[in-house]
Design a protein around this ligand. Structure first.
Ligand SMILES: Nc1ncnc2c1ncn2[C@@H]1O[C@H](COP(=O)(O)OP(=O)(O)OP(=O)(O)O)[C@@H](O)[C@H]1O
Length: 624
């Protein structure tokens, strides 16, 4: 009852080192074979063995199925499709063509055996939709579906039609704003909306207008609108806050909200928003989703706000929804009041969340066929100065490698491809990186915090991997070596860890300090001491910072939710399982003005051709 010969496409780690920590000691049978082959890690095997032993399950194929479900979650999927996993190379075919065949159980009846096993009877695993889930993820996916279905079936929120028409025409005037006007009207008319679009498609502009429009509706009904703006990372929340504030314009000098507003509202910024809009929206703050939901010490999956203690807001806008995991979406949906508007904004073509799930892509796939405007897509590019980046991103999205290579070799100076074997070009790149780091350091040594932060934020070096010759760690060391040579000291790990000009990335939330995972900044000299400046006037003694990384280079995954004027993307070679269309798209769309890709044409083709698919059932549940 085994299949063999299939499955050479499944992603494997090199299982030939007997001391590799991923080796499961004492494993036998199928678990042993799949661990030896580098498909399962020790942790996958351990969980499968423990749960099977407790439940008294001896069937090796069932044990293997559980281990594959654990593996699936580890790799970002919510479930595993046992019928397809054997041939699944979607996440990257790293097995050599001559890798020995794996003893796969026959697909027919495999899931049924798991469904009839004591493990399923004890609800350790769930078979549903022809997929196998670990219980927690099955419950979360069902909850997300049920909460969304209830919201979609609930009566539409009350709106004053004439006022809505007027304010939509005022806030989104003429043909130039027609797409956003339609999207904003859809948001006003629905309890739940998914607002999608790539960079520069006018999502933030739409959000700002929607808030003004809803605030006007609320005031018309004699209420003040309670607004929550949130994003998965601190960086993304800060960007959202800044973008919405700059879109709306500065508050009029008299900030009194209670003062009766007499006469016609003036339009100070000369834009679409009036003083009245600005007053109605005064004080709106963006926060991380964790902060909005009410982080509780010791738990990353339970929050102060939940089904029994809902958020007070009338409208909740979440930006960068592609980064929201299934678990976080489940917590959000149970906390939002059933009658509050929920607007999920994001770019479904970007990499999905670090944790399991692909919620935004699932929402678009599952709800996109509806013709009622629940999914509103913005497609018009409003950033003309970066047309080259838009062309490149569109070609990546379309999965057209020739068009991608064409866009990369265009002569517009906006987009550039550097071959890694081009010694002169890579030396020039290293010189440029060193020069940039030195300029940041000079400002930091002079105590110019704003100047150092601004300059550091202008360029990002993005890598697919953390480790290896094209990994972020290597390039961080390389730039630090060049900085050290120029400074006559040894900088970085093993030398002076904290130095003026060290760009830093915060990698964990610290609520007591107000630090958020994803915050970035620069270490700046302050007399004899060093302080890390994180922008917006926030600074900390470096001794208080725990979880930080050096940011001369960063991984594409960690760059999600942020942008820089100039981005350099280092592609690994084509065999890397991380090299996917979503990773490449996310990397190039971090650039506002210029993007340089360092990689072979083969790596570019591999990236464009490979999808980072995740197994989930949500799209199917939503699509009926
Ligand atoms: N209809 C429009 N006409 C002209 N300019 C526009 C229009 N909509 C937005 N813009 C401008 O285009 C730029 C990009 O818009 P916006 O920031 O709203 O896009 P976005 O989708 O949020 O982008 P990103 O995800 O990159 O932040 C902004 O400078 C904005 O002022």
């Amino acid at each position: 009852m085994t299949r063999s010969g299939t499955g050479s496409g499944i992603e494997r780690w090199a299982g030939d080192d007997p001391h590799d920590a991923r080796r499961a000691l004492g494993a036998t049978g199928l678990l042993r074979a799949f661990n030896d082959a580098g498909v399962l890690t020790a942790a996958d095997v351990h969980v499968a063995r423990r749960t099977a032993d407790v439940a008294g399950e001896d069937d090796e194929s069932v044990r293997l199925a559980v281990a594959l479900a654990v593996r699936a979650v580890r790799q970002g999927s919510v479930c595993v499709d046992l019928g397809a996993v054997a041939g699944d190379g979607a996440a990257g075919s790293t097995a050599a063509d001559d890798a020995p065949p794996l003893p796969w159980p026959a697909a027919g009846g495999w899931l049924d055996r798991v469904a009839a096993s004591p493990l399923a009877r004890r609800s350790v695993v769930r078979a549903d939709l022809g997929l196998l889930y670990l219980d927690r993820y099955w419950r979360e996916e069902r909850q997300v579906h049920e909460d969304l279905a209830a919201r979609l079936a609930a009566p539409a929120p009350a709106v004053d039609d004439a006022l809505l028409r007027d304010s939509a025409a005022r806030l989104f005037p003429g043909d130039a704003y027609a797409e956003q006007r339609a999207a904003a009207t859809a948001v006003a008319r629905h309890l739940t909306t998914v607002l999608t679009g790539g960079p520069g498609r006018g999502k933030t502009t739409t959000v700002a207008g929607v808030l003004a429009l809803l605030a006007e509706q609320a005031e018309h009904a004699g209420r003040r609108l309670r607004i929550a703006l949130a994003a998965p990372t601190g960086k993304a929340a800060a960007r959202l806050q800044e973008a919405v504030a700059s879109e709306i314009g500065p508050l009029p000098r008299d900030r009194s909200l209670d003062r009766p507003i007499s006469g016609q509202a003036t339009d100070l910024a000369g834009g679409r928003f009036t003083d009245l809009d600005r007053r109605r929206l005064a004080g709106v703050q963006a926060s991380t989703l964790h902060r909005l939901l009410g982080w509780r010490p010791g738990s990353s999956t339970r929050f102060r706000h939940d089904r029994s203690n809902r958020l007070p807001h009338d409208v909740v806008v979440v930006d960068e929804t592609s980064m929201v995991s299934l678990t976080l979406m489940a917590r959000l949906l149970e906390a939002v009041r059933p009658d509050a508007r929920l607007v999920l904004v994001g770019d479904p073509d970007q990499l999905a969340s670090v944790e399991a799930g692909a919620v935004l892509a699932d929402l678009v796939a599952g709800l996109g066929q509806r013709d009622d405007g629940v999914v509103a897509a913005l497609v018009t590019d409003h950033r003309s100065e970066s047309a080259g980046i838009t062309r490149l991103a569109a070609a990546v999205q379309a999965g057209d490698p020739d068009a991608v290579l064409g866009a990369l070799t265009g002569a517009d100076g906006v987009v550039e491809l550097v071959h890694p074997d081009d010694a002169a070009a890579t030396a020039a790149l290293q010189d440029e990186l060193a020069r940039h780091a030195l300029d940041v350091r000079r400002r930091a040594l002079a105590g110019d915090a704003d100047g150092a932060v601004d300059l550091a934020e202008q360029h990002r070096l993005l890598c697919a991997h953390r480790d290896g010759p094209w990994g972020a760690a290597h390039w961080n060391r390389l730039v630090e070596r060049r900085l050290g040579e120029a400074s006559g000291t040894y900088l970085g790990a093993g030398g002076t860890e904290w130095y003026a000009g060290r760009p830093v990335l915060v990698t964990a939330n610290d609520y007591s300090l107000g630090l958020h995972n994803g915050d970035t900044g620069v270490v700046v000299a302050d007399g004899e001491t060093l302080r890390a400046h994180l922008g917006s006037g926030r600074s900390f003694a470096v001794s208080r910072l725990g979880d930080v990384e050096t940011l001369h280079a960063m991984t594409v995954h960690k760059s999600q939710g942020s942008q820089a004027d100039v981005v350099t993307v280092l592609l690994p070679d084509e065999s890397s399982p991380l090299l996917t269309r979503e990773l490449f798209y996310t990397a190039v769309t971090r650039a506002r003005r210029r993007v340089r890709v360092v990689g072979t044409p083969e790596a570019v083709r591999a990236a464009v051709g490979r999808r980072a698919r995740r197994a989930t059932g949500l799209a199917r549940r939503l699509g009926g």
